[in-house]
Design a protein around this ligand. Structure first.
Ligand code: FE2
Length: 330
């Protein structure tokens, strides 16, 4: 476990002098780093009523089962998902017992609840203003999604990346957030970069990567920007942790995600592909083809049962890993 050093507070200003409401940045740092590199931020959500244990338990109870992932907390950055036990219990009970337990849970797509949807939009409009735009629409932020992490003391989220751009905020407790440069192919290989439901998001970690990490030690009221597909791992300390990822897509991120999904599916079918950018015309054709396939199956994916069946059909039973052993119902 890494010792947490003294924390530096983020300046309470946004770029271009607009008033900060929910989030604040060092304006010069944001302008130089956004959206390609991480930076620190401050926020005003630590005592927000949507983040009490009672309200989060209610949220957990109402989300679809495949939008809640719960495991016993890992303790090492290198931990493989196969070695972590899935928790089989009502999600609201796990939230209520989080402080005395040893659990890691993520509540996905919390914008299904209108109150969290409104907060997500308000927060990311504020981020857009910080970047010098009027709002999310003008900034080109779309597909806004929220993920809330509720974690027991002394837990580790192993090494992984996420296919979104992410303003990550620490609501309660302390957390260390370690990020690694996505542009460094010695850290993340082409195959690991591909997106596929058939593999868990955890990546292979090598302690040698640590000479190139950027670490943010966060407590309530602080956070950091996580660029698209930047690998990271996270650790909590001696108290329970509540955090939220405010995420969005940009056109460039969405196109790269689609290409990485197409390449992941083709590799799963025994047809490994060239790296993104090596064959631009083929990349364009794969993106168009994958989007067309996705449009055809989109109506089917509205039901949890069909989402589960499609994942299993295309990617095998392991793609439904979060239901329990081998994708069987937990
Ligand atoms: Fe993450």
């Amino acid at each position: 476990m890494t010792d947490a050093p003294t924390l530096d507070r983020a300046p309470a200003t946004t770029a271009k002098g607009q008033p900060a409401r929910l989030v604040s940045f060092d304006g010069a740092e944001m302008r130089s780093r956004f959206p390609n590199e991480p930076f620190r931020l401050g926020h005003a959500l630590s005592s927000h009523p949507l983040f009490t244990i009672t309200r989060l338990a209610e949220l957990a109870r109402t989300l679809p089962r495949d939008q809640v992932e719960m495991t016993e907390a890992a303790v090492k950055v290198e931990t493989r998902f196969e070695d972590v036990k899935i928790i089989d219990a009502p999600a609201d009970e796990v939230v209520r017992r989080i402080e005395s337990g040893h659990a890691w849970m993520v509540l996905k797509r919390v914008e299904r609840d209108p109150a969290y949807a409104a907060l997500l939009r308000e927060m990311l409009d504020d981020v857009a203003r910080g970047a010098g735009f009027a709002d999310c629409d003008e900034a080109g932020f779309y597909d806004l999604q929220g993920f809330i992490f509720v974690t027991s003391p002394r837990a580790v989220t192993p090494f992984h990346y996420d296919p979104e751009e992410n303003m990550f905020v620490q609501i309660r407790g302390r957390k260390a957030f370690h990020q690694y440069d996505n542009r460094d192919r010695s850290i993340l290989s082409d195959e690991e970069l591909e997106i596929s439901p058939s593999k868990h998001r955890n990546l292979t970690f090598d302690p040698a990567f640590d000479t190139r990490k950027t670490s943010f030690y966060l407590e309530g009221g602080e956070g950091c920007f996580v660029p698209h597909l930047w690998p990271h791992w996270v650790e909590t300390f001696d108290d329970l942790s509540i955090s939220m990822a405010f995420t969005w897509k940009s056109p460039a991120a969405d196109r790269l995600n689609t290409l990485l999904q197409a390449n992941g599916l083709l590799r799963h079918l025994g047809l490994p592909q060239a790296s993104p950018g090596q064959r631009p015309m083929l990349d364009t054709a794969k993106v168009a083809g994958y989007r067309a396939m996705r449009a055809v199956i989109a109506p089917l994916r509205r039901s949890e049962g069909m989402r589960r069946a499609l994942r299993g059909l295309l990617f095998g039973r392991k793609a439904n890993y979060y239901y329990g052993k081998d994708g069987e119902a937990a």
